[in-house]
Design a protein around this ligand. Structure first.
Ligand SMILES: [Zn+2]
Length: 463
């Protein structure tokens, strides 16, 4: 039970609960000046220069030439590696290599190479910022179109076997936006984080992936190896197509960005997405974050899914209005880019990753067996919450909301304690979560108390 002193404190903080929607409130009214400085150091001209060089390799197809010094994926990855190396001696730069047998869209044996830059923090927990540097041109060669259209125009007619035209891996695939934008953003953030002089608690990992266009292969190989090595990932901010403000539908929107995250509603991915929305409200208030309650666009994907598949929290940023005509084609050129917009998206990533990396780890709200540490208290109608202490936390913030809503409605800051009782707030009607707050005021992602999935017992029916 709580002592009278604790109870007084709880009553005092209860009055601080505000009525404003949480995403509209600043995560902390007094923003961390270190993060403000970091965000301000994102350079639009540098993003443009990086994307220009990347597009200049002609193609970066995973199956393209690796020998040339000016064209193909080999030249591109050696350049990215060299850039990471030049940025700062603090970055540990490496190639993450995987030999692939012929399979699926991998039409011959090939060595797949991710380029990795690690900025070590005080702890081993990792925060990733990523984009894929490989490109593809999957446009049908001239001549193939006519056959395909004729077959498609005759519904009900006996259909000829669908033959996919062979992709020419050496054809032009500049990939200025897909995903030169995410790659440039990742490289720019490696620079600003390494040059910031900030000592982060988490280790920042900047990766440009290969093999995305053949089925997320580079990121999957990396994330799977990491899980097998029992690595701890606090967040992966994946960026894929974040550099154009003009959609194929003619709509221009340079003021918002979408974040897709795999559910269910209180998954660590959704928690991370809500976190970015709130951090952006503090550090990049001119940019609107549109949260999407789905893993990705309809029937499409990217490297964040390699992380969620390995139980690492992960989200993907996507520009507000895409132009599908330019993607996977020789038309994905620099002229379709808006570098002011890309810089804004980079600032949102920078603020969010810095905030997670400076805050204590998110508190654990489960037992070692995985059960949520939540109960109904002695009355049977209260919310009795417990959590594991987070290293470096000086306080915690408890959140709750009605169960048929998707964002936190109320919160209370509590001291350096690991339990809280909310009288007469039923755990059946509300969802709860808790975040850890560090000495410098930075707050972790919220860990939600998730109801266990109940297995239905097989019913035996007598004949
Ligand atoms: Zn892509």
């Amino acid at each position: 039970m709580f002592g009278p002193k604790t109870l007084l404190m709880l009553l005092a903080v209860a009055s601080l609960s505000t009525q404003m929607p949480l995403h509209a409130q600043a995560l902390r009214p007094d923003a961390d000046p270190r993060i403000e400085k970091l965000v301000a150091s994102v350079s639009q001209p540098r993003l443009q220069a990086t994307a220009t060089t990347l597009a200049g390799f002609g193609t970066r197809s995973t199956l393209s030439d690796t020998v040339s010094t000016t064209r193909g994926i080999g030249a591109a990855r050696r350049w990215i590696y060299g850039e990471f190396k030049r940025m700062s001696p603090k970055l540990q730069v490496s190639y993450d290599r995987h030999m692939l047998a012929q399979q699926g869209r991998i039409t011959r044996e090939v060595e797949l190479v991710n380029v990795v830059a690690v900025l070590p923090g005080k702890s081993a927990r990792r925060v990733y910022i990523t984009g894929h540097y490989d490109t593809v041109n999957s446009r049908r060669p001239a001549g193939a179109d006519a056959t395909a259209t004729a077959a498609g125009a005759a519904p009900g007619a006996p259909s000829a076997p669908l033959v996919r035209p062979t992709i020419n891996n050496d054809a032009d695939a500049p990939g200025a936006n897909d995903d030169g934008s995410g790659t440039s953003l990742t490289m720019e953030l490696a620079r600003v984080f390494a040059e910031s002089g900030i000592e982060f608690d988490a280790t920042l990992v900047f990766v440009t992936w290969a093999g995305e266009e053949q089925g997320l292969i580079g990121s999957m190989a990396h994330a799977t190896a990491l899980r097998n090595a029992k690595g701890v990932v606090e967040a992966n901010f994946n960026n894929d197509i974040v550099g154009s403000s003009l959609g194929g539908n003619g709509i221009v929107d340079g003021e918002s960005v979408k974040i897709y995250s795999l559910g269910p509603e209180d998954s660590p991915n959704r928690s991370l997405a809500r976190y970015v929305q709130r951090v952006a409200g503090t550090y990049v208030p001119s940019h609107t974050i549109r949260l999407m309650a789905r893993e990705d666009r309809f029937g499409r994907g990217s490297d964040h899914s390699s992380f969620t598949a390995n139980d690492f929290p992960s989200i993907v940023f996507r520009e507000a209005n895409e132009n599908y005509e330019r993607q996977h084609s020789p038309d994905d050129k620099l002229e379709g880019m808006d570098f002011r917009y890309l810089a804004q998206n980079a600032r949102v990533n920078a603020a969010s990753a810095a905030s997670v990396a400076l805050a204590p780890p998110a508190p654990r709200v489960t037992t070692n067996g995985g059960s949520a540490t939540i109960g109904r208290g002695t009355s049977g109608y209260d919310a009795s919450l417990q959590w594991q202490p987070s290293a470096g936390a000086v306080a915690y913030r408890v959140y709750w909301r009605e169960a048929w809503t998707n964002d936190w409605q109320k919160s209370q800051v509590v001291g350096d304690v690991t339990k809280m009782l909310l009288p007469n707030v039923s755990i059946d009607d509300y969802v709860f979560g808790v975040a850890a707050i560090g000495a410098d005021g930075n707050e972790s992602v919220v860990s939600a108390y998730v109801s266990p999935v109940r297995k239905m017992t097989d019913v035996l029916i007598k004949k």
